[in-house]
Each structure stands twice: as structure tokens, then as C-alpha cells.
Design a binder for this molecule. Structure first.
Ligand SMILES: [Fe+2]
Length: 293
């Protein structure tokens, strides 16, 4: 199956723990070592079964070397890890395939038969869960009612179709629709509806606008129709970490993990824990770096 990144074991007596780290923004500067240290502290404290970096790992022309730096940091740990690309990772003309190759270490999880050069993949967690990574791309000019409008990238119709195919294939093998969580960089447009009447259970911090694409190509509707996705996790907006629910799906920002402060200098850095239970439920909460040392 294209995009199949492998299978990780579901623990027997505890949930499967994912640590989401986001927006590292390695920039080839004097703050890079603090990013290394934060990753190591958070992973060692959280003891996850999988680490997912949700984009903007770097924002620098020397991106390939900095992806090697990330690999070297993760090689100090013994945890499987993977990533999705953000809008800044490949912005200086570095091919995504070259970034991915620079990251590939002994526990780097990536499909052997990828869907494309983008970061689209699915992982099986035992017979209990699916974990998707989706590439939300950089930016684009969209046709909004006949008017061209610039906006951030988003999940494209081909990816929505690919998810549907994966879910149908897995359901035919498992005999049921498996629950899933999805990790991507740019929030889906539906996150703008966090305070609409259809949204519930808001928690966390909202300190800036939701910087999403102006359209979502039916992404949220497809996830609702597929009846699999329980949570969608993203980054991109560094000083938001809120979560809310809509139509049974939790949408949640990670907690910014790297450097490149804007808007709120000193905003405490951290990560997001996602604990997957065998019964198809999950818990999620923010872990601050200052509480992980
Ligand atoms: Fe971003």
C-alpha cells in the first residue's frame, strides 16, 4: 500500500503515547542547541512510543544540514520518530526528498513506497489505531468564487481520496473501521469555526488568529463521513495551543517546541501528548518544557 510506513506495537498495559513537537524552527543560529536540549528533555520526560514533528522543523537555506542535526539529536534517543513538512521546510529550494534523506536515521519512520515526495503516510498501531501524517503544503492562490486569493497551504482532494482508500482497505482487513489520528502542519480551515455554535469543549490558549487556507476542499466533511478520525493535530501558529471538538472530531494545536518567538516572546515552549487507548478513545494535553526537567 502506497504510503504505508509500518506497524508499531500497541503496549499491553498502558496507552500508546505520541509526543507531538512542532515548529522547531532550527535556523542555523546560536539558539539551535536550546532546541536540541528541549527535544531531549521532553522526550525523556514523556517516554513516548512515537515522536511526530509537525512541520517547520527548519526555516533556513541550510535546511538539509539542519535536518541532519535533528537526526543526530534523535539518534541520542531510542524512540521511533517521524515528521510532516511545514510551509518553511522546503521554501529555500531544498527538495523534500533531500530533507527526508537527511533525517533518515535508525528509528526514522517513513514509507518505503511513498505516495509522493510529500509527507503523506499511515502507520498501524497494533490492530487498534491508524496514525496519518499529511502534508499541508506551503501556500497557493485559490479561486474563491472567481476571485484569486492567496492563502496558506492545505490538504488537497487527492490526499482526501488517498485517506479514504487507506481506510477502506484497512477496514476490509480488520472487519471494522479503525479509529485514527492525523498530524499535519497547517490547521484545516474548519479550525476557524472554534467558537461557532457547532463547536464544543474549547480548552487551551488562543493568542492569535487561525492561519489556515481560505478553503478546505471538503476535508472536514470527508473525515466526518469516513467515521475514523478522532483527532487532527497541527502547529504553524506558534502561540495557539487550543483544542476543541466538532462533529465528534478533536482539532488541536500542538505546543510550540522550538525557537523563533513572534507576537509573544518567552511564551513557554513544550509539546502535546496524545495517549491512544485500545478502546478507540484518547487523551490529549499540553506538556510544558519547564515541567519536563
Ligand atoms: Fe508554519
Amino acid at each position: 500500500m502506497k504510503g504505508f510506513a509500518g506497524r508499531l506495537t500497541m503496549p499491553r498495559n498502558r496507552p500508546f503515547r505520541i509526543l507531538q513537537l512542532t515548529d522547531l524552527h532550527y535556523m542555523d543560529n546560536s539558539l539551535d542547541p536550546s532546541v536540541d536540549a528541549r527535544i531531549l528533555d521532553l522526550v525523556r520526560f514523556a517516554t513516548p512510543d512515537l515522536v511526530i514533528f509537525t512541520g517547520d522543523q527548519v526555516m533556513c537555506p541550510t535546511a538539509i544540514a539542519l535536518y541532519g542535526r535533528l537526526r543526530a539529536t534523535m539518534e541520542q534517543l531510542s524512540v521511533p520518530w517521524t515528521l510532516v513538512f511545514g510551509n518553511h521546510d522546503a521554501e529555500h529550494g531544498n527538495a523534500k526528498s533531500a530533507l527526508r534523506a537527511a533525517a533518515a536515521g535508525s528509528r526514522f519512520v517513513w514509507p518505503s513506497d511513498p505516495v509522493s515526495d510529500d509527507s503523506d503516510f499511515v502507520l498501524e498501531i497494533g490492530d487498534d489505531w491508524l496514525v496519518f501524517g499529511l502534508d499541508s503544503h506551503n501556500d497557493a492562490t485559490y479561486d474563491i468564487g472567481g476571485t484569486p486569493k492567496w492563502g496558506y497551504g492545505t490538504i488537497l482532494p487527492t490526499q482526501i481520496e488517498w485517506i479514504g482508500g487507506v481506510l477502506r482497505s484497512c477496514a476490509s482487513h480488520a472487519g471494522r473501521i479503525l479509529p485514527s489520528v492525523i498530524f499535519q502542519h497547517i490547521p484545516p480551515a474548519v479550525v476557524r469555526t472554534w467558537d461557532d455554535p457547532g463547536a464544543s469543549r474549547f480548552r487551551g490558549e488562543k493568542n492569535e488568529a487561525v492561519c489556515a487556507a481560505p478553503i478546505d476542499f471538503g476535508y472536514h466533511a470527508a473525515l466526518v463521513a469516513n467515521k475514523s478520525a478522532k483527532g487532527v493535530f497541527f502547529g504553524h501558529d506558534h502561540v495557539n495551543d487550543f483544542a476543541f471538538e466538532r462533529d465528534g472530531i478533536t482539532y488541536a494545536y500542538g505546543r510550540v517546541s522550538g525557537q523563533h518567538d513572534y507576537a509573544m516572546p518567552g511564551f513557554p515552549k513544550g509539546g502535546r501528548i496524545v495517549d491512544l487507548h485500545p478502546d478507540g478513545t484518547f487523551d490529549t494535553y499540553v506538556l510544558l518544557h519547564r515541567d519536563a526537567r
